[in-house]
Write a protein that binds this ligand. Structure first.
Ligand SMILES: NC(=O)c1ccc[n+]([C@@H]2O[C@H](COP(=O)([O-])OP(=O)(O)OC[C@H]3O[C@@H](n4cnc5c(N)ncnc54)[C@H](O)[C@@H]3O)[C@@H](O)[C@H]2O)c1
Length: 366
């Protein structure tokens, strides 16, 4: 089968990673790039200094939009009108309120495939945890907490990241990954969003917080901190179910600590996690079922277990796999009209909506 041609719009840091990752796929070939900076020319394929020429290139079936956030919605509408299928980087827009109608209308009119690159949706660990939520295996998920300490050594004050007109701010530019991740674990809609923020003396808003409440009682807290040296960079995602607590490590999680109350069947599911390593397995009542009523529910379990799990691949290998899976999902939808992309515009927009509400609610000191 012929490879589908990809054009990358905005050939900066992330685009280079996408290009490298996709070059290992048989289904696609990156055939062209466009960037307003002539020096971004990678030199090994067609290059346009005006994205309109990419829109006219007949060899480009799918455009990956990887320019800064403020450009995404407008470019996406124009490219849809040019008949290109799209994989748009997150955030799909800076304002769901302002852009939803024109984006959805353009997609439906053009009849093309559009996905947003919330690639964490393809994370294999997440798929396991989603099944636990769906089946109520360890009780309801009550709290999800994201603590993300990122570095700003590579983000000088004049970088577009700090300019809210360009990026939307940290909640819209970055937290959307995790708002979306928790959303995939939520069994109910969002009912309330609040935010907080702190600015450093130079006016850069470098620490932000969002709390997202779901109709079934799940509370998610998202803290993002872009202030520190690379050596302090760390991300933890805690998930608190009634019968299981977990701490995932890394913003692309590859390993985690877990503590659970189990019976034979739920213990087997934990043992199936990658490279599961048990620290403790303790019987509760000589291995007989103990009934307990904490959390307002009644549960039973035979053992308490502590341990860790770890994926075989490195963070960068998982990251590359995720962006490949995201692109392959678009390819599948282009080839087969019955296949629906996993992250359609509607999901990208509702995630921006949550981040936008948290941003508006965040009031900082003067
Ligand atoms: N999904 C992820 O994990 C992930 C990771 C990093 C970045 N991103 C997203 O990727 C996007 C790009 O981030 P980056 O770090 O690569 O930024 P970057 O500044 O390194 O690259 C952006 C490029 O876009 C070009 N550009 C800007 N406006 C343009 C226009 N109108 N036409 C053509 N080119 C234009 C710039 O010249 C630059 O080369 C952002 O939306 C960011 O949020 C996503």
């Amino acid at each position: 089968m012929d490879k589908l041609g990809i054009g990358i719009l905005g050939y900066g840091g992330f685009a280079r990673f996408l290009h490298q990752s996709w070059s290992q796929l048989d289904e696609v070939a990156v055939v062209a790039a466009a960037d307003s900076r002539a020096e971004a020319n990678p030199g090994d394929m067609r290059f346009y200094d005006d994205w309109r020429k990419l829109a006219e290139d007949p060899d480009v079936a799918i455009v990956a939009i990887a320019s800064p956030p403020a450009t995404h919605a407008g470019l996406a509408v124009s490219l849809m009108q040019a008949g290109k299928h799209l994989l748009v980087e997150k955030p799909v827009s800076l304002s769901a309120e302002a852009d939803s109608e024109r984006l959805l209308h353009a997609r439906d009119k053009a009849g093309i495939v559009v996905a947003v690159n919330h690639m964490l949706r393809f994370h294999p660990l997440l798929e396991t945890f989603q099944s636990w939520v769906r089946d109520g295996t360890y009780g309801p998920l009550r709290h999800a907490s994201v603590e993300n300490y990122a570095q700003d050594e590579t983000l000088p004050p004049d970088h577009w990241f700090w300019d809210r007109e360009q990026s939307g701010g940290i909640l819209i530019e970055h937290a959307v990954h995790f708002i979306d991740l928790v959303d995939t674990l939520a069994a109910a809609p969002v009912v309330r969003v609040t935010g907080a923020a702190a600015d450093r003396s130079t006016g850069q808003r470098d620490r932000v917080l969002a709390s997202v409440e779901y109709e079934d009682g799940l509370v998610a807290t998202h803290y993002h901190h872009f202030s520190g040296l690379n050596s302090f960079e760390e991300t933890h995602i805690r998930l608190a179910f009634d019968k299981l607590r977990m701490r995932l490590h890394g913003w692309i999680p590859t390993y985690g600590h877990l503590h659970a109350l189990v019976d034979e069947a739920t213990y087997e599911l934990i043992q199936a996690l990658p490279n599961w390593t048990e620290r403790t397995l303790a019987p509760l009542d000589d291995g007989k079922a103990r009934h307990f009523a904490a959390t307002g529910e009644s549960y039973s379990a035979t053992h308490e277990v502590f341990g860790t799990f770890r994926m075989d691949q490195s963070k960068m290998e998982v990251y590359a796999d995720l962006v490949r899976a995201s692109m392959l999902d678009v390819v599948k939808a282009v080839r087969d009209a019955s296949h629906k992309v996993r992250v359609p515009l509607e999901i990208g927009l509702s995630t921006v909506d949550v981040a936008e509400r948290a941003t508006k609610s965040a009031v900082t000191r003067d």
